[in-house]
Design a protein around this ligand. Structure first.
Ligand code: 6PG
Length: 252
């Protein structure tokens, strides 16, 4: 089996889960800046990370994050303009990025408005220019969610994208209502030094248990995220964790 075993933490609610995620963000940011002078993170969309993003913009966290040395990318994006309500960039921008001291040049959004093929190519170029290293980029932290169908980022069950080995960013043609998208490829997710999954709510209980408890991960794309050299954690609330069979540390 590739990759490290996931750390699983179960929280009473989304608030405590989000506080722990914000603390982890700060810890990783400080450690990366101390080690290599910068912190490179990829964000996701969806409802699960929103309270985390709001916390990152709140005074307690805003003051302690090394924004000047933090670089933002996205795990995926919908092919909409950045001001669109479905934009993952907008979600993060409204929740915290627009109110903190991060330089505009540190924000590497996916240009979804260009359409999936162009936007994926532009994003691939941006990633290669930024990381400037042979092989795969190593994100310091990638924040992910999982859909009820087991998708993560915009890697959906049964998709040929799951077999990608070379490209960093992929177009995803879904049309309406799901919308065309761009996603980081699985090899990029699996080369991160830290991956944090967030899952909350009863509707996620099946997929969370399927991934954590089932050795075959039931074919869920989120279950294929197993960082080769990195660490992976699942932060779930009590509802999302209530079908887990294993014994995991419950957090106050
Ligand atoms: C997005 C995503 C997606 C998300 C899951 C879970 O843009 O929607 O990046 O992969 O993480 O769909 O979404 P929820 O957090 O809303 O359950």
């Amino acid at each position: 089996m590739n990759g490290n075993a996931a750390q699983v933490r179960i929280f009473p609610n989304i608030e405590s889960l989000s506080r722990a995620a914000a603390d982890l963000f700060v810890t990783r940011a400080r450690a990366s800046v101390a080690d290599v002078g910068r912190f490179v993170v990829a964000l996701s969309g969806g409802s699960s990370p929103k309270p985390l993003y709001t916390l990152l913009g709140s005074p307690a966290y805003r003051e302690v994050i090394p924004w000047q040395r933090t670089y933002f990318f996205w795990a995926d994006e919908r092919c909409v303009p950045p001001e669109h309500p479905d934009s993952n960039y907008r979600l993060a921008s409204d929740a915290f990025l627009s109110g903190v001291a991060v330089p505009a040049a540190n924000i590497h959004r996916i240009k979804g408005e260009e359409g999936p093929d162009s936007a994926a190519r532009l994003y691939e170029d941006d990633l290669r220019n930024f990381f400037r290293r042979p092989g795969l980029p190593v994100f310091d932290l990638i924040i992910l969610g999982a859909g009820e169908d087991g998708h993560t980022a915009s890697l959906f069950p049964g998709s040929s994208s799951l077999r990608e080995t070379a490209r960093l960013a992929l177009p995803v043609h879904l049309g309406r209502p799901k919308l065309d998208r761009v996603t980081l490829s699985l090899p990029v997710l699996n080369h991160a030094s830290h991956v944090l999954f967030l899952a909350s709510g009863q509707a996620k209980a099946g997929v969370v248990a399927g991934i954590i408890d089932d050795a075959n991960r039931q074919g869920y794309p989120a279950g294929f995220v197993r960082p080769v050299n990195g660490e992976i954690a699942w932060f779930v609330d009590r509802d999302a964790g209530n079908s887990l069979r294993g014994v995991f540390t419950a957090q106050a």
